[in-house]
Design a protein around this ligand. Sequence first.
Ligand code: FRU
Length: 492
Amino acid sequence: KNWTTELRYQHYDKWPEDYIKQLKKQVSQSKWRLNYHVQPETGLLNDPNGFSFFNGKWHLFYQSYPMGAVHGLKSWFHLTSTNLIDWQKEGADLLPDSPYDSHGVYSGSAFPLDDRLFLAYTGNVRDNDWNRFSYQMGAWMDQNNQIEKVQLPLIEQPPKGYTQHFRDPQIFVYQNKYFMVIGAQNEALEGKVLTYMSTDLQNWELQGELDFSEHQMGFMVECPNLVFVDGKALLLFCPQGLEKEILPYQNIYPNTYVVANEFDSENNRLTNPSSLKNLDEGFDVYATQAFNAPDGRALAVSWIGLPEITYPTDREGWAHCLSLTKELTIKEGMLFQNPVAETKDLREKEYKLHGQLHAEPQAISTSIENQYEMNIEFEQGAKGKLTLLADQKENTGLELSFDTERGTMIINRENVGISFGEEYGNQREFSIPQGPLSLRVFVDSSVVEIFINDGEKTATARVFPKESKNDILLSGSQSSFSGKLWTLRSTK
Ligand code: FRU
């Protein structure tokens, strides 16, 4: 298919029913479909939006272009859940059907108020010369999931001195006032986070640039989120074009964070902010959305996918997925990310793993489907290599090399199957604490999420193995290993 601009922005109802039927059929034949991760039925999924708890349920939307694996006319696709692991498809989508969002309902957040959920999003508009306009829009969803848009923009224009790259409003409440952080670009083409304040969710007053770092944040900041975790203020965001001297990263754009003592709303700054850090040490995490849930937890979901990178499923008419729901905690100023406790409800059959590391790779599991969770522990001093999605004879798989003496870990996806995104490198190297090592690994067909030392580091990777590559190999020295493996049920 030749994805001209015209085609990508053609309205959904202009597409023949037969086209969608064919596309569904094509997608259902993909061998890389996932079993317990949220994925698009057809087309492209990107950012998680509107993650919230409302009307007794978890609500989550995602950026969706259903007609193909390209960035086209975007809408919000709505999911609900009672346990954060089984997501049900809802009918009510937020569609690009107003003059203020004619070229896409872009990312945003949700905030419950009384018996309605307020949705804040960016309306993307192009004029005849393809100039961009960005409006910050609102909509109300009732308890029957009926959505009614607020007709006029909440914020009509970027403030003076900023370009039309102005998007992704996140609403939060702080000291009885509503705040909104928005990703922005100034006219000197520098990435910024702008803060607005409101007392009624309708009238928003500019507070200015959020001060959270002495450094330049590249040319644009996307998807900022400010959440409050264990008494600290945590800012998650995606700087585009960030200098690598400020923060080493290899992905096209990183998803980063800063931990601060508090949000000083008077002065619109984060006090005593940490340096910038990568949220994920792997290949594919972007546009993470977090919120403070009413049960006291800070929860996050990431887009597992990156802008401007082609993926092997593109030619099958679908692309990307969402991460597991992660709980964020902060201990001694350090961010930890772990799958929410509910994730354990996916477990089915349990297998025990134990033994000694040897130079010669041993298969610790061979014939289970690539749909499992594995927890495995090594002693201080361990050096080794764990290969997932492996074929011992062909010497292929996703390799995790660890050295607990040096405190390093390397993830290499060069030999997994269909490679992609190689221009950004096939491996990621990062530091891990010296000492005992624990790995909690989730494998689901074509995605791997790794939580290291109780979530002190995470590493996420899309991988596209050839058929029936499901050995788990282990080699190394100076340690025993012990752990468990559970097959996980499908959530479809
Ligand atoms: C991030 C992003 C957002 C935007 C959305 C459009 O991936 O570019 O900034 O709102 O995707 O789909």
